[in-house]
Write a protein that binds this ligand. Structure first.
Ligand code: ADP
Ligand code: MG
Length: 399
């Protein structure tokens, strides 16, 4: 994964860069941006390209307009906040291909920035149609992919165009790839992964890939219940995928063969209601009553995890250890996250995390800034953890 073309490898003077960004920003009820992280993420690449004398054309999807023009999903509202962040004007073309885009692309001079309308207004985008990719490519000279979060999809603006134009990673993409490679492809051993979250079913491929690469795997959250049930513990009315018990045993067996130790909870926090502040107690694995559910890991489990973190030089984390949205069932997640964060500072642990709820949980724990790297991607991060080639990254290796 480290072997990709970088921004620094290409001479951009006088050239037009077709930059794929992820401007799929969260919006509030009034239609304003509720979090501009994704806009900010694009700024270093845009500024670097301006410094290199490039003309800059930005492409992004937004929402799921399903191949039709949806005025509520126009990217037009982003030109002003982006211009503000950049300190330079941002032009807008009301379709990503066609006469307006062509004319505005031709009008650009070095350092100018043009944002194209939502690429998903055309079904050819998600179909990765080669003619559509060709039309996008015709607007510029070099493809710069700066949206790791969109790299698991082979679409026209994120993959097809890279088959036509010389391509490189933008700075955000490069940063993401460098950190992920440091965590899994070329890690400092021992490597520990913490995998939690709701269900085993959404993370089967991930678990199967990880056990072949890790020294230790700590399983937590709702998905641990399936493993505990598979080992014969009664998990009461906990979230548990009973049909996946054989698979859980298979994963544990694969781990054993690959010399990856598997850590499961040794004590749990149970409650009768799935609600914040529900009356709860800590108990052993064989002490869960039929009307109780496991909503968090107990303190002995957190201690076990802290010991595993002490032994690790690299930590990869996806998935909370409990129903962290509801106090006090955030406790194990918060404590373990803070512990890992401290080990980064005190012991040089490399700690990388990703996943929508995971990032929310680490922020909630106040530990996100303590980690070495937090991936901005949800789906792409998980597919990377599954060991799958990401089409939008593969394309950057070919030039
Ligand atoms: P990510 O988005 O980071 O990949 P997931 O979507 O897999 O993470 O899992 C997050 C969800 O798992 C959270 O909503 C959390 O409440 C839930 N969860 C964790 N532990 C439990 C549990 N013991 N019982 C029910 N839900 C749980
Ligand atoms: Mg999730």
């Amino acid at each position: 994964m480290v072997d990709f073309t970088r921004l620094e490898d290409i001479n951009f003077a006088g050239k037009t860069a077709m930059v794929r960004v992820d401007f799929n920003v969260p919006v509030n009820d009034g239609g304003g941006i509720s979090d501009d992280t994704r806009l900010r993420a694009a700024v270093p690449t845009i500024k670097a390209l301006q410094d290199k004398g490039a003309k800059i054309i930005l492409m992004s999807h937004f929402g799921r307009p399903k191949g039709k023009v949806e005025p509520t999903m126009s990217l037009g509202f982003l030109t002003a906040p982006l211009a503000e962040l950049l300190g330079s004007p941002v032009a807008f073309a009301d379709s990503c291909v066609g006469a307006d885009a062509k004319a505005k692309a031709q009008d650009l001079t070095s350092g100018d920035v043009l944002l194209l309308e939502n690429t998903r207004f055309h079904s050819e985008e998600t179909d990765n149609d080669s003619g559509f990719a060709q039309a996008l490519a015709a607007l510029g000279d070099v493809f710069v992919h700066d949206a790791f979060s969109a790299s698991h999809r082979a679409q026209a603006s994120s993959e097809g165009i890279g088959r036509i134009l010389p391509s490189c990673a933008g700075l955000s993409m490069a940063r993401e790839l460098d950190h992920l490679s440091q965590a899994l492809e070329h890690p400092k051993s021992p490597v520990l992964a913490v995998v939690g979250g709701a269900k085993v079913s959404t993370k089967i491929d991930l678990l199967q890939n990880l056990v072949t690469k890790l020294d230790a795997l700590a399983i937590g959250g709702g998905m641990a219940n399936t493993f505990l049930a598979a080992l014969g513990h009664d998990v009461g009315k906990s979230l548990c995928e009973h049909d996946l018990k054989p698979l859980a045993l298979k994963i544990m067996d694969a781990a054993k063969k690959a010399n990856c130790s598997v850590l499961l909870p040794v004590d749990v926090v149970v409650a009768k209601d799935f609600a914040a502040h529900a009356p709860h107690r800590v108990c052993g694995l064989d002490d869960v009553a039929p009307d109780e559910m496991i909503l968090d890991a107990g303190n002995q489990t957190v201690e076990q995890l802290a010991d595993a973190i002490d032994r690790a030089k690299t930590l990869i984390w996806n998935g909370p250890l409990g129903a962290f949205e509801m106090v006090p069932f955030d406790t194990a997640t918060v404590e373990a996250a803070q512990y890992a964060g401290r080990r980064v500072k005190e012991a040089g642990l490399i700690a990388v995390a990703g996943g929508g709820d995971t990032v929310a949980a680490l922020k909630h724990a106040g530990a996100a800034d303590m980690f070495t790297f937090i991936s901005t991607a949800g789906g792409a991060f998980l597919e990377w953890m599954e060991g799958k080639p990401l089409p939008g990254v593969e394309i950057l290796k070919q030039t």
